[in-house]
Design a protein. Structure first.
Length: 280
């Protein structure tokens, strides 16, 4: 039985992330409490009018503690997302989601992360609505919302645009207000208006829940799981060590228990295309 059964946990969000996170936490017996009117945007916004102060992992922890302070609960959870170029695949956009669970009763902080397999993250500069015709299907509009602002004034952003008429009006308004006549149109990456991101958050929440349900084999503390990787997978042709993952590292959040295991997919050698010797 889960040690968190019949407990309440604070979820710091103003963008309906409970729709993705509450169900995975119920597997542990946790009831999710969302603080009313919690201004998580104060920690940074995707539109950039409020810069994020610090690394995503640090901001995620501060967000979780913000919700705990408001609710008075000693259990808290929050997530934080970052979007940009994929770190491993050139010219492909990617999303990196982080989720942190805080247990002040046991002095535990458990963090999981995930690279999004599917994201519509994108942006474009236009002078008129007609220039968006080919771009809109690529970003899955209107099922995924957009943001628009004058290129010369990022603070004048309009968010959560979900209809063609609203988008046309926003682009015309932004272009007119911009000193160079250019409107900046970008995907709105807030979870409640971006189904692709919400799906990633749900998968990450299940992963975190599984980890919280797994005790350390040595001390029994919840949160045992994969926390790092070891590179050096040899080339299938010449045997040279590469930057590909060779092993997975599992650790405890409370004690120094550590277990290094071979890749879970069973791969023991990597194709020559990944070798710095065979494919310099």
């Amino acid at each position: 039985m889960s040690i968190y059964r019949n407990r309440r946990v604070s979820l710091a969000t103003r963008h309906a992330k409970e729709l993705a996170i509450a169900r995975p936490l119920r597997v542990l017996g946790l009831e999710t409490i969302v603080p009313a009117d919690l201004d998580t945007d104060a920690l940074g916004t995707f539109s950039g009018e409020i810069p994020r102060d610090g690394a995503p992992r640090d901001v995620c922890l501060r967000k979780a503690r913000l919700g705990m302070a408001v609710t008075g609960l000693r259990l808290g959870i929050a997530s934080e997302g970052s979007f940009g170029p994929h770190p491993f695949v050139p010219f492909v956009p990617a999303g990196h989601e982080i989720m942190t669970f805080v247990d002040d009763e046991r002095g535990l902080i458990v963090t999981e992360s995930m690279w999004a397999k599917w994201t519509n993250y994108n942006h474009v500069e236009v002078s008129g609505f007609d220039e968006l015709v080919e771009w809109l299907p690529k970003v899955r509009f209107p099922s995924h919302a957009l943001m628009v602002w004058p290129k010369s004034n990022r603070a004048a952003v309009e968010k959560g645009i979900e209809t063609h008429n609203a988008l046309k009006t926003a682009v015309e308004r932004a272009a007119l207000a911009s000193s160079d006549g250019i409107a900046w149109v970008a995907t709105d990456m807030r979870a409640h208006v971006n189904p692709s991101r919400m799906s990633t958050i749900r998968r990450l929440a299940f992963r975190l829940a599984r980890r919280l349900a797994t005790p350390c084999p040595r001390c029994g503390t919840p949160g045992w799981g994969r926390t790092d990787f070891v590179t050096g997978l040899p080339c299938e042709m010449c045997g040279t060590s590469t930057e590909q993952i060779k092993a997975e590292v599992f650790t405890c959040v409370a004690c120094d228990c550590r277990d290094e295991r071979p890749r879970s997919d069973g791969l023991v050698r990597t194709p020559a295309q990944n070798c710095p010797y065979c494919n310099p």
